[in-house]
Design a protein around this ligand. Sequence first.
Ligand code: TXA
Ligand code: MG
Length: 332
Amino acid sequence: MGLILMMTEFIKVTPLDPEKEVMERAASIIKRGGLVVFPTETVYGLGANALDPVAAGKIFAAKGRPADNPLIVHVHEPQGAEPLGKLEQRTLDLMSVFWPGPLTLVIPAAPVVPLQVTGGLGTVAVRMPAHPVALDLIRRSGVPVAGPSANRSGRPSPTRAEDVMEDLGGRVEMILDAGPTDVGVESTVLDVSGEVPILLRPGGTSLEMLQEVVGKVFSPSSGNELARSPGTRYRHYAPSIPVILVEPGQSPSGCDAPTSGMAYVGISPAPFPAVAEVCFGSVEKYAAGLFTALRELERSGASVICAELPPGTGIGRAVRDRLERAAGKARA
Ligand code: TXA
Ligand code: MG
């Protein structure tokens, strides 16, 4: 489908008690097959009716997303997942512990889910977000809402409505602005369609927390399993200038001269004179602010971004994963 340019309505909503009139209009856009950007607890999502192949198809044109990269379907209550696919006891257990929240579950898909949404994989990714605006929108729409992150394909995910406007202004009908998102990295994607659950993408729900509920989780670092989550094949989260990575406390080799035009982002302060610097102090704040920091540092006039890697446990696993992708390092 070709890209249609349009006027984008940018509307502020009260996060905990969104304005009814605005939400009704947003839902009516979804009902008639249009695109609405909505906040979640992780990042902003680009929403369309998940059961309408034409509506879901518009998402790909707006994002410039490869057609074989499947979409997450958002529901406003756990029962909303029932018609979408097969829910085994283990899946129900995970839903009851982690929903609403940043956990996406990949389950065998029901025929009602269009090919545009499943990518033809035979599975569907479902999630119930922990954000009143997202839940209100899905409930009023009366349909499950397909929603990838609301960035142009390959760009850092948006954690502020302004970042969405920068990427998708003129490509969506409405952007609901509820301020910066809390978690900042996207949901964890867990494939529960097979024998052993597979961690396809580390995210806002830690591997350690999942293991407490389901025991063994396969966490592929390389090899064929990655082919199961098509999104992991593409370069992601890339700012327009190069990103180099350093372990905590290390100085990037050869880049400590003040004239080197290097920006810095990390938990601890920059170990060299940086032209621009974002120091978060904790791994949670790093997760929440990473994508906005990457967007800001690329505008700082620096020629390179040096990023400090956090320890790879808890939400740090997701931050490391996104930084490695931003630096152009594929996991496979
Ligand atoms: O936090 C989030 O998950 C955000 C908010 C908006 O909900 N959404 C998000 O969607 O990050 P997206 O499309 O940017 O990333 C979804 C990931 C992609 O890597 C995609 O390939 C994978 O989930 N995925 C979706 N459906 C899948 C399926 N059936 N099997 C395997 N992987 C799937
Ligand atoms: Mg994305």
